[in-house]
Design a protein around this ligand. Structure first.
Ligand code: ZN
Ligand code: MN
Length: 474
């Protein structure tokens, strides 16, 4: 029997607000353990949470970008469970009325993934396992999160990975999260079930917790799909349970049988009034939305870029900004894309440098260089060298050109050079006369090489053709 994979995602995104969601501790990554903490975020008795308005703003922006209905009134709730990373023994989250209702996200293949809801909540601390000891770091406790919940619309691991990449891009463009999976600012739980192809009802699902890498996510989903199919094939049942992915064995392992929702004993958070937005406020936030990656991708492709070029350029906002800035000097955006991707990107040592947009030339210097190519003042055979010189020295374009670009060869000198090449490779000339027009390329290559870049390729080719035909007549 053939089986189909059915999957939904719950994605937690850490918001990069100045301060935590219920206190004034700073939100930042990589500080010494338990230094960004206060009585509120370590859950001391008698403290009162005060909701951070910036977190509400960011959550609403995410909702607007994902075409969600944003609720003018929502409510915080307590979700009870005991675990040492959660000092209060309950998490403040949103249950009955989240800040955002239904919305959707379009994958790069055009498929639409329906979003059920987005709610705000606080992050928990971090447990560090050290031999037989367990240490806890509360720096992360109280960092604002949004949780984005989809419908079970995914049919492959590839679609899930694509969704997360789109989401990452959207968060970065909104400037509300860095979306770094490896640092845990974007992590997801995967709900996964299988069913015989053609069946409409859903199979029993399992949940894989806390995936923080796209490649592990793909492996975990593929493993879990096979595991569930094998259970069904043997006539056994899939149990509702929570599992985790083990990187060493490449398998998923049972963590716990799923608690029922009621075990959390949700109730309305009595210390925080309902979250209210005015229509005017929401309207203003809606106007604040930047051009988002998917719109940018479509526009770039309309302007003549390939899908791959567009994808590479939209990945980070600063890279896209640089590209658009440089394009102000050229007619054809594809020219800027090609030079950026093949030559400027080579200057980056790693992904962080690229993300920070630390290009070796200003957009203006790069734009003027491209303009020179388009106008013909920088000749193609010198362009790479000119760019390298600009990058290495920071000299103005004029000066770089004067240093690098030599005068084209005169007619006489070019003729002598071409004669030499014909003597060196008589068989290529003969091939050309027999109708193998490609043979001219070998001769041209030799001429260009011997001229050390001083021959103009068009003129050299014309000269070679002229000389071959003269010889034939003679
Ligand atoms: Zn605090
Ligand atoms: Mn959650």
């Amino acid at each position: 029997m053939e089986y189909e994979l059915v999957m939904g995602l719950e994605t937690h995104v850490e918001l990069n607000t100045q301060t935590k969601i219920f206190c004034r501790c700073p939100v930042r990554f990589g500080q010494p353990p338990n230094t960004d903490c206060c009585p509120v975020c370590i859950g001391m008795p008698g403290t009162l949470p005060v909701l951070n308005r910036e977190a509400v703003h960011f959550a609403a922006l995410a909702g607007l970008a994902l075409h969600c209905e944003v609720h003018l009134k929502s409510q915080m709730s307590r979700k009870h469970y005991f675990y040492p990373d959660l000092a209060k023994a309950y998490q403040i989250t949103q249950q009955q009325v989240p800040i955002c209702g239904p919305g959707w996200l379009e994958l790069s293949n055009g498929k639409v993934i329906r979003i059920q809801r987005i709610h705000m909540e606080e992050d928990a601390g971090k447990l560090i396992h050290n031999g037989s000891d367990v240490l806890v770091d509360y720096n992360r406790a109280g960092v604002p999160l949004i949780e984005i919940v989809t419908h079970p619309d995914f049919r492959s691991a590839r679609e899930a990975a694509d969704y997360l990449e789109q989401l990452q891009g959207i968060m970065r463009y909104l400037g509300i999260s860095d979306g770094k999976m490896q640092e845990g600012s974007l992590r997801c739980d995967v709900n996964i079930s299988v069913r015989p192809k053609g069946q409409r009802t859903l199979g029993e699902r399992t949940e894989i917790k806390n995936m923080n890498s796209l490649s592990y996510l793909v492996k975990a989903v593929e493993y879990e799909f096979r595991r569930q199919v094998e259970l069904l094939e043997r006539g056994e049942e899939v149990c509702r349970e929570t599992r985790r992915y083990d990187q060493k064995t490449g398998t998923t392992q049972l963590m716990r049988k799923k608690e029922a929702e009621t075990d959390y004993l949700y109730f309305e958070e009595p210390d925080i009034p309902p979250v209210a937005l005015s229509p005017q406020e929401l309207e203003a936030w809606n106007r604040e939305l930047p051009e988002l990656p998917m719109q940018k991708r479509k526009r770039y492709q309309q302007e003549g870029l390939s899908p791959q070029e567009a994808s590479s350029l939209i990945k980070y906002p600063k890279v896209a900004d640089y590209f658009e800035e440089a394009c102000r000097w050229v007619q054809k955006p594809s020219l800027a894309a090609k030079w950026m991707l093949t030559h400027l990107f080579a200057a980056f040592q790693n992904e962080e440098e690229k993300e920070s947009g630390a290009f070796p030339l200003s957009p203006r210097q790069f734009g003027e260089f491209l303009q020179g190519i388009e106008a013909g003042s920088i000749r193609r055979n010198y362009a790479k060298e000119v760019l390298a010189h600009l990058i290495a020295t920071g000299d103005p374009l004029e000066q770089s050109l004067a240093k690098i670009q030599k005068e084209d060869m005169g007619e006489k000198e070019l003729e002598t050079l071409c004669q030499t090449c014909l003597q060196l490779y008589p068989e290529a000339a003969a091939d050309y006369l027999r109708g193998k027009k490609q043979a001219i390329k070998a001769l041209l290559g030799a001429a260009m090489k011997r001229s050390k870049g001083r021959a103009n390729p068009q003129q050299a080719q014309q000269m070679l053709e002229k000389l071959i035909h003269q010889k034939e007549k003679a």
